[in-house]
Design a protein around this ligand. Structure first.
Ligand SMILES: [Zn+2]
Length: 55
């Protein structure tokens, strides 16, 4: 499953077992990304807050 980094437009390969809400890191720019959809695969930039990471 491939999608595109919203920050640097790099191609990102999502793991087959990725789930919605999972946090991944762009291999190109290092931005933390949140999986917002698996089918079709889509990610957005994760919130940059350091606290309050609850649900
Ligand atoms: Zn990126």
């Amino acid at each position: 499953m491939k999608t595109e980094c919203p920050v640097c437009s790099a191609e990102i390969e999502l793991a087959k077992d990725s789930v919605q809400g999972e946090l991944i890191e762009c291999p190109d720019c290092g931005t933390e990304l949140e999986v917002i959809s698996v089918t079709p695969p889509a990610v957005k930039e994760a919130p940059q807050e350091e606290e309050d990471w609850g649900e």
